[in-house]
Design a protein around this ligand. Structure first.
Ligand code: PLP
Length: 386
């Protein structure tokens, strides 16, 4: 039988009656936009991550754009992010007219390298053309970036810090969530992400009450929010007062209803994912160039289980003959993609990123990967003599 790379149906079977009932309820209620389930899910999400506020939005890309808009990031501003990531991380930077500055990654975690970040910030300051404004860390493959260090750097240079946790929502460092350090944590509920819905969706978590309020305004066309209305009277329904140029980026009520049910089992799923990963690590370590490294005190959500191999493409072809699916995240770093070449740093600057792009390969990973199936995958890797 063909092996699923991510088996979403196994999860659906676990909570099928609850999900079906929740979706049915929204359909019958008619509150399709910003219905009560959105508020409920936002409260649940904030509680899950121990943060004051959570806001739904349309997808994980908008989730990164919204704080940039809220802070007025624009022309003349530099936003620092890794190049070894899904393109959405850096894509939103030119949206607002700012300049992406790509930073290399650590060779063991694939996350943004704080030392190289400092070097890049210093270089931008020396050039004197751009103002360093924001750092975007990414929880690549599920593991938190070094947010304590990134916070120190952000403070030193007077910058904001976003944790792009689309792959790592729920990851912790010594039991604390990235929201303990980042000004906001963003995530995606794209179905294949660790916490996914049944379509597009996104979220932002923050302890910054003022930021949460502005994002709430921006996601609904810059509508007036409480602080805009304070001490003022209006002749019209404040709903139609646009205080700032915003966008339409709401989480659908049906998706919120799905997410309420999925969040209830999410902590358990993170435990299951870690069991799968630990078993892979133990049994694959002697056979591949590198198994994933998770720093002491860090808990990954294992969006991907990514190994390194000297003959990555040969391994992929070998596994394919055995109906074992694999994927490469990411074959082309952002700065080497056509759309982003104008912001590519000088050759050799992102050496680790460029080397890893040639070596990484991800194996099937989800909370419900059973031992027999996992053994087939491990055996497939072991029997490759390339
Ligand atoms: C998936 C992903 C996003 C974007 O999420 P969408 O919901 O697809 O817009 C952003 N950053 C990272 C790291 C991702 O993996």
């Amino acid at each position: 039988m063909a092996i699923a790379f991510i088996d979403l149906q196994a999860q659906r079977k676990r909570i099928e009656p609850q999900i079906n009932a929740a979706v049915q309820k929204v359909i019958e209620s008619g509150a399709y936009i910003m219905g009560p389930e959105v508020k409920q899910f936002e409260a649940d999400l904030a509680a899950f991550s121990g943060a004051k506020h959570a806001l739904g939005c349309a997808n994980g890309t908008d989730a990164i754009a919204l704080p940039l808009m809220a802070w007025g990031v624009g022309a003349g501003d530099a936003v620092f992010c890794p190049s070894f990531t899904f393109c959405a991380t850096g894509e939103v930077v030119p949206w607002v007219g700012a300049t992406p500055v790509f930073v290399d990654v650590e060779p063991d975690t694939y996350n943004i390298n704080p030392d190289h970040l400092v070097a890049q910030i210093e270089r931008i300051l020396k050039d004197g053309k751009l103002k360093p404004r924001v750092i975007v860390g990414v929880c690549l493959f599920g593991q938190a970036a070094n947010y304590p260090r990134l916070r120190e750097i952000a403070n030193k240079y007077g910058m904001k810090l976003i944790a792009d946790s689309a792959q790592g929502f729920g990851t912790t460092i010594n039991g604390k969530h990235p929201s303990d350090w980042a000004d906001c944590v963003t995530t995606s509920f794209f179905p294949a992400k660790p916490l996914g819905c049944y379509g597009d969706g996104g979220g932002i978590v923050t302890n910054d009450t003022a930021l949460a309020e502005i994002i709430d305004s921006l996601r609904v066309h810059g509508k007036a929010v409480a602080s805009d209305l304070k001490g003022k009277t209006f002749d019209h329904d404040p709903k139609y007062l646009n205080m700032r140029v915003g966008m339409n980026s709401r989480l659908d009520t049906i998706q919120a209803a799905v997410l309420i049910e999925k969040l209830k089992i999410y902590a358990d799923e993170i435990v299951l994912r870690n069991k799968v990963a630990a078993r892979y690590n133990e049994l694959l370590k002697p056979h591949v160039a590198a198994v994933p490294f998770v720093k002491p005190g860090f808990v990954s959500t294992w969006a991907q289980y990514t190994i390194e191999h000297d003959n990555r493409d040969g391994l992929a072809a070998h596994l394919k003959t055995q109906d074992i699916p694999t994927a490469v995240y990411y074959p082309v770093p952002m700065h080497m993609n056509q759309a982003y070449r104008e912001w590519a740093p000088k050759p050799g600057e992102l050496a680790v990123t460029e080397a890893k792009a040639e070596r990484v390969i991800s194996l099937p990973m989800h909370p419900y990967l059973d031992i027999a199936t996992q053994d087939r995958i491990i055996e497939g890797v072991r029997t490759f003599n390339g």
